[in-house]
Write a protein that binds this ligand. Structure first.
Ligand SMILES: [Fe+2]
Ligand SMILES: [Fe+2]
Length: 352
């Protein structure tokens, strides 16, 4: 253990000590012993170009106002029905208007809960490791400094998400129906649990790379709809602006990491990434079923809604579209050249 993990007592279920995994394989000493000045190459074959030069002026945590839900906002939608797949199903459309509105509110709660826990339970664990120099990946000094800026960004995204959820509950009186753990976290823990202990650190690093390069595509889906509660729209817009910079950073981080992995680790990464993309992208159908049942739909009707809305084709199409850039970055590095990685892509619906 590098000593970083102990600070995150809430994350004990995840194993994260990339230093112990990678330090054994990297050609040089760990990065706290190999400080690479800004702009110099670290063996990845590229110079780091920071996307954070204007961070103090542009980051949401530095310049965005608190997004507040006004009393009159309860007449508006709390999430766009266009982005709530079950809202299109005739059995759901036929539900009374207050129930339909509640489905949108619960969708918002799920989204905000996902965001907050992704940020403070997973992404910020990795960012503090990068900033602290304990991931085992040798990086230019400026990349480590930029990780601290993202650490602030992600903490603010978590704060904004929880703040918004509390405000919506206060305004609407609708209590969140949320699982104890978001689906992505359960899926990630299941994936990590199946891996040998010495591969879990790299797997978690890969999950953060995957999620940080996927999330901007997810946020780009939120439309600029007039009928949406302004605080929801503005909060998502704030997040999307920050994540554009994070996307660029983690695309570069992937190349730096890749240059320091052994052939076996690269093959491992290529095989694992399709599962990690699924962990991030697949919907929590179990909790959705429980929620729909709570609105008075019969078990058969719930199965009909879920079965007709979330067909394998629909899920695969969405996953492929959202992960296009992430797969491209990995493909350019040859991550999917191995036939076993190709088979995993195919098995998880990512083969085009
Ligand atoms: Fe974020
Ligand atoms: Fe991020």
């Amino acid at each position: 253990m590098c000593g970083t993990v102990g600070m995150f007592v809430g994350c004990s279920a995840l194993s994260y000590c990339p230093r112990s995994l990678l330090a054994a394989h990297t050609a040089g000493p760990p990065d706290d012993g190999a400080r690479i000045p800004a702009g110099e190459e670290d063996g990845s074959g590229e110079k780091y170009r920071s996307a954070f030069h204007t961070w103090y002026e542009r980051a949401s945590v530095r310049q965005a106002p608190r997004r507040t839900v006004a009393e009159g906002d309860t007449a508006l939608r709390f999430f766009s029905p266009d982005l709530v797949p079950v809202a299109h199903h005739p059995l759901v459309k036929a539900l009374p208007e207050p129930v339909f509105d509640q489905i949108l509110v619960q969708h918002l709660y799920r989204y905000l809960d996902f965001t907050a826990k992704l940020e403070y339970l997973v992404v910020n664990r990795t960012l503090v490791g990068i900033a602290h120099g304990s991931t085992g990946v040798r990086l230019p000094q400026e990349m480590r400094f930029d990780a601290l800026k993202m650490y602030c960004d992600e903490a603010y995204h978590a704060l904004s998400a929880v703040d918004l959820m509390r405000q919506v509950e206060q305004r609407t009186g609708i209590r969140p129906r949320l699982p104890d753990e978001p689906f992505f976290l359960r899926r990630l823990q299941q994936i990590l649990a199946k891996l040998p202990a010495d591969e879990r650190g790299l797997a978690e690093l890969l999950f953060v790379i995957v999620s940080e390069t996927l999330i901007s595509a997810s946020l780009a889906e939120i439309p600029d709809s007039d009928g949406l509660v302004p605080a929801v729209r503005e909060s998502i817009r704030d997040h999307a602006a920050d994540e554009g910079r994070h996307h660029a950073y983690f695309a570069a981080f992937l190349r730096h990491l890749w240059g320091q992995l052994s052939t076996a680790e690269r093959q491992f990464a290529g095989r694992l990434v399709p599962q990690l993309m699924d962990a991030f992208l697949l919907p929590d159908l179990e909790s959705l079923r429980a929620e729909l049942t709570g609105y008075g739909l019969s078990k058969e009707q719930v199965e009909q809604v879920v079965g007709e809305v979330y067909t394998p084709e629909v899920l695969s199409r969405h996953s492929r579209a959202t992960s296009r850039m992430t797969r491209r970055y990995l493909d350019q590095l040859g991550a999917f050249d191995d036939p076993r990685a190709q088979a995993e892509l195919h098995a998880h619906g990512y083969a085009s």
